[in-house]
Design a protein around this ligand. Structure first.
Ligand SMILES: [Zn+2]
Ligand SMILES: [Zn+2]
Length: 367
């Protein structure tokens, strides 16, 4: 079948819209007609070769759409079902079977191997393979082939085009709070970076007992959004040293939790320095390949935890399902971060995301 896709021909180059062929879904696979897909900073990292997805290939990993056809053995979805494409997982390794599919032993291959685990690709051009299955989907395209196990059913009445970002960026921020940090009543939390991931974390924190929620950013417009979504304090890092500000707000005990959402190494240090004894500094922002950070040894030794966290943890089904319910109740208004672009404006949309002009671009596929 012929599809339209935005192809990354070479690292560092803009995406080019082109026609490709897509194969039929194999056993356990589903062909999804993509209605819309979010753009995440990880797409930008892959474009710049900081996440080594092979070229030529199709990126995109926040797809949502309608099931078109199912392969042999697929029972959980039917043609016509609206779905969100979550993270892939093998389902067989110790971590998957132990309920930790975000840390599947085959994750690197499933996210960025460039095709199915057996090395085949779903996409081709003039008979030559084009790399597919980025995060198990490659959704910068009008259709994608995904594993049945990565799909999450969307509500039949909802606007599926808004829901793709729940699969990665939004889930990463919110899941960190709900699944990993789980702040107690009265806890304090500082969120570095009020982009999509950080704002999703703040929206999530407002649904917990955390009573001090501090947002740090360089842009007043984002700090205003952070206040609207639940931040109790905001710090403009251009005007104030954020670690000093956190100490002023939380006292000498510092914050219980810090979430680093920017991927900037100088900010990683600030996040680590913002938590005190038994505090947790959590790294969820993507930095360029090879980046390293330093931490103060003595204060870390005193019971501080520095943890990395992928994709909001838990299963996509539990995470996206829960966020959909909070959203329906008006308690998780992530859709206010979305700005739509047509697929042909993918390069402008990614640029707007990286510059911070747009919080969460979502690409609409041509009808
Ligand atoms: Zn696995
Ligand atoms: Zn992502």
């Amino acid at each position: 079948m012929r599809i339209t896709a935005a192809v990354l021909e070479e690292y560092g180059k803009p995406f080019t819209l082109t026609e490709l062929d897509i194969g039929e879904p194999r056993a356990g696979e589903v062909l999804v007609r993509i209605v819309a897909t979010g753009i995440c900073h990880t797409d930008g990292l892959a474009q710049q070769a900081d996440l080594p997805f092979p070229t030529p290939g199709v990126l995109g990993h926040e797809g949502a759409g309608i099931v078109e056809r199912v392969g042999p053995g697929v029972t959980s979805v039917l043609p016509g079902d609206p779905v969100i494409i979550g993270w892939p997982w093998c389902g067989r390794c110790t971590r998957c079977r132990g309920g930790r599919p975000r840390y599947c032993e085959h994750l690197a291959q499933l996210l960025a191997g460039g095709g199915r685990p057996d090395g085949s690709t779903a996409l081709s051009r003039d008979g030559k393979p084009i790399h597919s299955h980025f995060f198990g989907q490659s959704s910068f395209a009008t259709y994608a082939i995904c594993a049945e196990t990565s799909l999450v059913k969307a509500p039949p009445s909802g606007a599926v085009e808004l829901l793709g970002p729940l699969a990665c960026g939004v889930a990463t921020g919110a899941g960190a709070v709900f699944n990993a940090l789980q702040p107690d009543l009265g806890a304090s939390m500082v969120v570095y970076g009020a982009g999509t991931v950080g704002l999703a974390a703040i929206m999530a924190a407002r649904n917990t007992g955390a009573s001090t929620i501090i947002a740090v950013d360089l842009h007043e417009s984002r700090l205003a959004l952070a206040r609207r979504f639940g931040a109790t304090h905001t710090v403009d890092a251009r005007a104030h040293d954020p670690v000093v500000a956190v100490k002023d707000i939380c006292g000498s005990r510092l914050a219980d939790f810090a979430l680093e959402c920017t991927g900037k190494i100088a900010v990683v240090r600030q996040a680590i320095d913002s938590v005190g004894m038994l505090g947790t500094a959590c790294l969820i922002g993507g930095a360029p390949a090879g980046a390293t950070f330093e931490a103060d040894h003595m204060s870390t030794l005193w019971g501080k935890r520095i943890v990395g966290l992928l994709g909001g943890e838990n299963t996509s089904e539990a995470l996206i399902g829960g966020l959909l319910e909070l959203h329906a109740q008006g308690r998780f208004p992530f859709d206010e971060l979305v700005q739509e672009f047509p697929l042909e404006q993918i390069n402008q949309a990614l640029e707007a995301s990286l510059s911070g002009a747009v919080l969460k671009p979502v690409l609409r596929m041509p009808a």
